[in-house]
Design a protein around this ligand. Structure first.
Ligand code: 13P
Length: 210
């Protein structure tokens, strides 16, 4: 894929997320790995109104080289790219239901959302660690995310929202969408004795789909 095609892909996926209510205002940021660095959404930009020519370009050391000033949360994306070898894209949203989960007390800190559906397990995996609350943009978050991402494809930032990675940008977006759906089911079924996938069913999904 050429760079302009990747820029257009990012803008298209971001616009789709915005149009369907996964982000509001200027919330959220998205990045994609390139052969010579990264593209990331500019700070304070609306995911629904991005200009492919003005995306922030970072070099391989995450230094801003062109485009508008990058998201103040570059470190959040860097935490995933440096923690895991297989990351091609990272999506951070304040999507409503996943963020609602981040505000609940007394959750399992490694697996707050139980395995209700196969696609949640297939896209997000068995672990979804909760990272303690930090002010948005606080770079101290990086180490906590980096450590959590070693064994997880997504994390929940307490009282803030999800951060999700994928082998490609499209995979990361799909995983963020599945996480939001799983959070919606989890909140809907709270207080109900829902039937979960069994440990054997989860093992089978992980063995089959990774
Ligand atoms: P940026 O506009 O700097 O990317 O920050 C948005 C955000 O989602 C903060 O958590």
């Amino acid at each position: 894929m050429t760079e302009i095609e990747t820029r257009r892909l990012l803008v298209g996926l971001a616009g789709s997320l915005f149009t369907r209510g996964y982000s509001v205002g200027s919330a959220g940021n998205i990045s994609v790995r390139m052969p010579d660095g990264y593209l990331i959404t500019p700070t304070n930009s609306c995911l629904g109104r991005l200009d492919p020519t003005r995306l922030s370009k970072l070099d391989v050391d995450f230094r801003h080289v062109s485009g508008d000033p990058p998201s103040k949360e570059v470190f959040m994306h860097r935490a995933f790219y440096t923690s895991r070898k297989d990351v091609g894209g990272v999506v951070h949203l304040h999507s409503t239901m996943a963020t609602a989960v981040t505000c609940l007390p007394d959750l399992d800190p490694i697996n707050p959302i139980p395995p209700l559906t196969p696609y949640f397990v297939m896209r997000v995996g068995r672990r979804l660690p909760i990272v303690p609350y930090y002010r948005p943009g606080n770079p101290q978050m990086e180490e906590a995310i980096h450590n959590a991402a070693r064994n997880a494809r997504a994390v929940l930032l307490a009282n803030h929202g999800p951060v999700v990675c994928g082998k490609t940008l499209t995979d990361a977006v799909y995983a963020a969408e599945e996480l939001e759906e799983a959070a919606k089911l989890f909140i809907t079924l709270r207080g109900v004795e829902a039937r979960l996938l069994s440990p054997a069913q989860v093992d089978d999904l992980v063995a089959t789909f990774g």
